[in-house]
Design a protein around this ligand. Sequence first.
Ligand SMILES: [Cu+2]
Length: 195
Amino acid sequence: MRAAAILMTAVLVSACSGDGALDAPAINSVIITGKQTITVGEAVQLTATARDVNGLAVPNAKVTYVSSSAAVVSVNSTGRIIGVGPGSASITASSGGFSSPPYPITVTAGAVAVVVTMQANTFTPSQLTIRAGQSVLFDFPADQHNVIFSGGAGKPADIQTTSNRAVTVQFPTAGTFPFVCNLHPGMNGTAIVNP
Ligand SMILES: [Cu+2]
């Protein structure tokens, strides 16, 4: 009888511990800190801290991040944000079933004219219209991609296969410059650079 009770306790403890260690403390709150006003194309690392019921930080807590508007600010799996377009949005961090209060982010215009993301093997946006001299930021996710340009004289240097990086490309010359990721058939776009 006593052995059965001990066994039952062990089952309950392991059922509640999720993927952490058996003695992992329960998370009771999550807060975000970091820079809140950024420009389009600026990348900033936010930090989320998960605390237990005693207010102690829980080391190595698994945190997920969500942006309220991908058109304003993107966020990756580590909490690194990039300003995508002018406006206001918020980031929420969640861990152990708790979510942070929405963390407001304001994005203002900057040197980068357009930010291109690559979710689901698609350049977004795929049609860029900019002026000569402006820059485009390519935000590479955890999956690998590259950006290979065509269109002749004045095309920018290719971006070789990479991941988890933001790469800024300046377009010094007017023209039409198609680009592809040659790892993913159909993953393509066009930059129209006006004088
Ligand atoms: Cu690709």
